[in-house]
Design a binder for this molecule. Structure first.
Ligand code: NAP
Length: 294
């Protein structure tokens, strides 16, 4: 087969019928979402293109009106708009209601815009093979921001943990997070510990999750949410940070025989769920991981 024919399924063609999907955020220049979705559209021959739009907070309402006016295929939402966009949408799914944030907008056949959150499903996907191990076990989540909310939702709804401890530098914020999930926590497994009083919880935990930017490429790269001494074999150490692929948190965990889980699978998982909602088709993962260089 000629090279051009072999490449054809992987090359996007823009035409009059091409639909538009967008990422709304600020900043967006670093985003991997266009690479993920455009690779998936091309691999399946879907006539659509995904672009990242830097939208200032004061223009968010206009941007959402634009999604309606242009008949967009769908949109993702990232920092700082995940909570603010709620007021511009027509309805939310129960998961977006519970998390209090939207990362995916799904246009409905009647023209209304439904907000949902695929971060929780994306987070849990790499843990699904470990669900049996997590049943009755303890977990610690570092951080109390938007990603931590999706993590807590997933852990409260997908597994029966014995204890789920939030460790955050702002304990009052973590307490508010815990209180907002009270309805999903009838057994009271969720509680808050200050970093200086968390050693025992970390040692006893089967799952440790970093939901802070510590370890992320840039100013935080040398940092970790927890020093290495407490890691052990049998622990799952999950970093939501995906750039770099191997953070200090993961490197130190692996060095002590814990199982490291990187954030790229969550990134692809949340994208796959959004893609399915927009197109009705499962995201083809091999071309997506190739596009990400992974
Ligand atoms: P966020 O809402 O800004 O929350 C960040 C959390 O980290 C807050 O609790 C914050 O504490 C804490 N924090 C920030 N700097 C800290 C520091 N120097 N020391 C200790 N704690 C610190 O951000 P987010 O949306 O939750 O994102 C958190 C991380 O998850 C980011 O690295 C993001 O890239 C990653 N993420 C990954 C995926 C994925 O698909 N893999 C998806 C979403 C997010 P304060 O509230 O006190 O500031």
């Amino acid at each position: 087969m000629a090279l051009v024919d072999r490449l054809r399924p992987h090359v996007m063609t823009l035409a009059a019928r091409t639909r538009l999907a967008l990422l709304l955020g600020d900043p967006v220049a670093h985003s991997r979402s266009p690479a993920i979705h455009n690779a998936a559209f091309a691999a399946l021959g879907i006539e659509a293109v995904y672009l990242a739009a830097r939208v200032e907070a004061s223009h968010l309402g206009d941007a959402v009106a634009g999604l309606r006016a242009l008949g967009a295929l769908g949109a993702n939402v990232t920092i700082p708009h995940k909570q603010a966009i709620v007021g511009h949408l027509d309805a939310l799914t129960p998961v977006a209601e519970a998390i209090g944030a939207v990362n995916t907008v799904v246009p409905q056949p009647d023209g209304t815009l439904l907000g949902t959150n695929t971060d929780a499903a994306g987070f849990f996907e790499p843990l699904r093979p470990h669900a049996g191990t997590l049943s009755g076990a303890e977990a610690v989540v570092f951080g109390a921001g938007g990603a931590a909310r999706a993590v807590v939702y997933a852990l409260l709804t997908e597994v029966r943990l014995a204890r789920l401890t939030l460790v955050a530098r702002s304990p009052a914020k973590a307490e508010r997070l815990a209180q907002s999930f009270a309805a999903l926590d009838p057994n009271g497994v969720l509680h808050v510990a200050e970093p200086t009083h968390a050693d025992d919880y970390v040692r006893d935990a089967t799952l440790l999750v970093n939901a802070t930017p510590l370890g992320m490429h840039g100013a935080h790269e040398a940092a970790t949410p927890w020093p290495a001494a407490d890691f052990r074999s049998g622990q799952l150490v999950y970093d939501l940070v995906y750039a770099p692929a191997e953070t200090r948190f993961l490197r130190e965990a692996a060095a002590r025989d814990a199982t490291p889980l990187g954030g790229l699978a969550m990134l692809v998982g949340q994208a796959a769920e959004a893609f399915q909602l927009w197109t009705g088709q499962p995201m083809p993962l091999p071309p997506v991981y190739r596009a990400l260089g992974a």
